[in-house]
Design a protein around this ligand. Sequence first.
Ligand SMILES: Cc1cc2nc3c(=O)[nH]c(=O)nc-3n(C[C@H](O)[C@H](O)[C@H](O)COP(=O)(O)OP(=O)(O)OC[C@H]3O[C@@H](n4cnc5c(N)ncnc54)[C@H](O)[C@@H]3O)c2cc1C
Length: 378
Amino acid sequence: MDFTLDAKQQELVNLAKEIAQKEIAPRALDIDKSGVMDPELLKILKQSGMTQLAVPKEYGGAGLDLLTGAMISEELAKGCAGTATVCAANSLASFPILFAGSDEQKKEYFDCLNNGGIACFALTEPGAGSDAGAVSCKAKKVDGGYVLNGTKCFITNAPICDKITLFANTRESGGIRGLTVFTVDRNTPGVSIGKEEDKMGIRASATSEIIFDDCFVPTSARIGREGMGFRIAMQTLETSRPVVGAISVGIAQAALENAIHYAHQRKQFGQKIASFEMVQEMIANMVTKTEAARALVYKACWLKMQGDKRASMFSAMSKCFASDTAMEVTTTAVQVMGGNGYSRENPNEKYMRDAKIMQIYEGTNQVQRLVIANEALY
Ligand SMILES: Cc1cc2nc3c(=O)[nH]c(=O)nc-3n(C[C@H](O)[C@H](O)[C@H](O)COP(=O)(O)OP(=O)(O)OC[C@H]3O[C@@H](n4cnc5c(N)ncnc54)[C@H](O)[C@@H]3O)c2cc1C
């Protein structure tokens, strides 16, 4: 396995690091408190290409591979996981277009992203979470296109989106075989944004319902064939799960660095708490697990890039292990800082709240374990 980056790739990772340190981290606590993304920061992310990480070279993008994209996501997440999620959700929404869109569809879609467009991936519904096959949003075939009806919920970026990558069912009876992907412009008549979630963490990223009410889209809005949606969704999630792993590693790394810094400053019983063996044990476990999570994320990306058949299992393992690690490391980081760790004056309690969603979205960690066990056993 070779994780070496070329000069261009390294330059982009360095740029993400610089943006995270200079632009994201200083704003992170304020954005977390207000729950509203800073428009100036969003502009910086768009102008620096951070919202276009999945755009291929032939459509005007940087043409990044999955590993470089993951490394960039880790850097952004060190500054703020919610902000990294805004960018990662643009990639998540792009993958179905990338995998199954026509040349014209790609051109139109990626032009929008290159011009600062924001996209969202709309699969989840009130009655269809882990069970993606239960999608009830309907796409009824009519003359020249489809009429969409239904409600999506918990959709990242929906309140600020320009493009929606929608999963709807073309079969009256529903089921996996009717699941079909559409690319829908936010301003299409019949599309409205519903209730916005007031979330525990990743508060820089806006999450809401999207309602489709007799919304007509032309046949040219369909991505791939009718019934291909489930396969496209699984292919998309398999590709994006290591990115969730990378964001988790970024959160863990930030919490770890904060805890180490504190352990060197804080004195009790006349000495720095870093000299206590039980504090050292906490730090040692945090460092080890964070490094192990990063290694698994890199390997999952690398296998996916090689088209290796183990990619699906490693993708699930990387998301599952890295997010469990982020939860554990951030909780321990609060412990290292004692009462100060529990205060909203410093970022460790935010890291802990941000880490929790990594175990839930893009398939809960229970679902990841089902994938892993299935691959390992059969
Ligand atoms: C902040 C946030 C952002 C999100 N962004 C998006 C987005 O951009 N696009 C999108 O489409 N969705 C998004 N989601 C939805 C997310 O992917 C789902 O919440 C997630 O897949 C779980 O579905 P659910 O909430 O319906 O939980 P449920 O499926 O109801 O699960 C509840 C519990 O049951 C367990 N469970 C369910 N089925 C099984 C099983 N077969 N075996 C064992 N345990 C099981 C789960 O692990 C969980 O613990 C987002 C969610 C949140 C909270």
